[in-house]
Design a protein around this ligand. Structure first.
Ligand SMILES: Nc1ncnc2c1ncn2[C@@H]1O[C@H](COP(=O)(O)OP(=O)(O)OP(=O)(O)O)[C@@H](O)[C@H]1O
Ligand SMILES: [Mg+2]
Length: 342
């Protein structure tokens, strides 16, 4: 957590919580930012004074809402030949015409990519786009009534479970249409927005840019068919499309998506520990498509000796061209790594 940016960070986190409709966000944000409730309350008062947040009720029962500047909801029939750039131009762009070029670039990327996915992959009849513009942020939801992303991927790649499909999506360069697509849209959209949520088949994949280890996979009870994507961008934007692209290039001067970030906690698939060699092979699957792979152990408590030997010694010896970088290793995992080959 970056201490000097805390007031700004608390504001960003409040905006995200309120965007996903938590009307009493103080306790949660205090916990996530590791600050006192008073510190969060102070930032909430600033947001109210700035006209970004409104309050209903008094004292303990107070509820807080983002002041809505505009809200649009449009329903499109995919059989009519929907084109994503027209939805961007006619529905979203007019609500953010006051924002700068870097912000528009992030929004255009996310909206076009997620809509293109609904149009080209979902087998849906309809897609609904909701755009809510607030003073300090914008929330865009894209909902289709198709097969659901995790089922589509599990079926196409014959994976044994939906969480496995989620893990493969999170690695990037996963596509069911390799002749026409690269498998980049979700990977980069998830990293460009302040909050990202992808839900389908009773499973959600989420990222919050302001929480340490802000990646999450969880089951949800939303029974509707299809895929739902929510994107929240806070103003001013904290990153540019180019920066995020550049962070995923393995070697300077190279172009394209050659460096990925593997979230090992998403590979646990509900099991307590990463234990077996077969599990390590699952994690390593498709990684030869990248020049560099960051293996991120955040949220992984411990690993078994067979798993770590296979992942860090046996498999890399077969694919020596992949540069592996390990991050967020706790002491237990460090000890397991030290035992490799001994
Ligand atoms: N709305 C959706 N419904 C069903 N499946 C989806 C949906 N969105 C994405 N997918 C599946 O997830 C895969 C990954 O999506 P992603 O956007 O990351 O890559 P892509 O669309 O294949 O390639 P690119 O985005 O680079 O054009 C898709 O190939 C598709 O199989
Ligand atoms: Mg795509």
């Amino acid at each position: 957590m970056v201490m000097s940016r805390k007031p700004g960070l608390i504001k960003q986190m409040l905006l995200e919580e309120l965007a996903i409709n938590d009307a009493s966000p103080v306790a949660k944000v205090a916990r996530q930012a590791a600050v006192s409730r008073q510190a969060v309350d102070k930032q909430l008062r600033h947001l109210i004074a700035q006209g970004i947040v409104q309050v209903e009720g008094e004292g303990k029962g107070s509820r807080y809402f983002l002041v809505v500047l505009s809200e649009k909801l449009s329903r499109f029939r995919l059989a009519d030949g929907l084109e994503e750039h027209l939805v961007w131009r006619d529905l979203v762009l007019p609500t953010v015409a006051d924002r700068g070029a870097a912000e528009l670039a992030v929004l255009a990327y996310g909206v076009n990519e997620m809509l293109n996915n609904a149009i080209e992959h979902s087998q849906a009849k309809e897609v609904v786009v909701r755009v809510v513009r607030n003073a300090g942020s914008i929330t865009i939801q894209i909902v289709d009534d198709g097969v659901g992303i995790f089922k589509k991927i599990a079926d196409s790649f014959r994976l044994s479970s939906l969480p496995e499909a989620l893990f493969e999506v999170s690695k990037g360069k996963l596509t069911t249409e390799p002749t026409r697509h690269n498998g980049e849209g979700i990977f980069f959209t998830a990293r460009l927005f302040d909050a990202f949520m992808l839900s389908a088949n009773n499973l959600s994949f989420m990222h919050n840019a302001h929480v340490q280890d802000g990646w999450l996979a969880q089951t949800d009870q939303h029974d509707a068919a299809g895929t739902r994507v929510s994107l929240v961008l806070n103003f001013p934007v904290g990153r540019s499309v180019e920066e995020v692209f550049d962070e995923h290039v393995a070697r300077k001067g190279e172009f394209g998506f050659t460096k990925t970030h593997v979230l090992l906690k998403l590979a646990q698939f509900g099991e307590k520990m990463l234990m077996s060699r077969s599990h390590a092979r699952r994690v390593f699957w498709r990684l030869e498509r990248f020049g560099e792979v960051v293996l991120d152990f955040a949220g992984v408590e411990s690993v078994g000796p067979a798993f770590i030997d296979e992942l860090l010694r046996v498999l890399p010896s077969k694919k020596p061209r992949i540069k592996l970088t390990l991050v967020n290793i706790n002491e237990k995992i460090e000890r397991a790594i030290a035992r490799i080959g001994n």
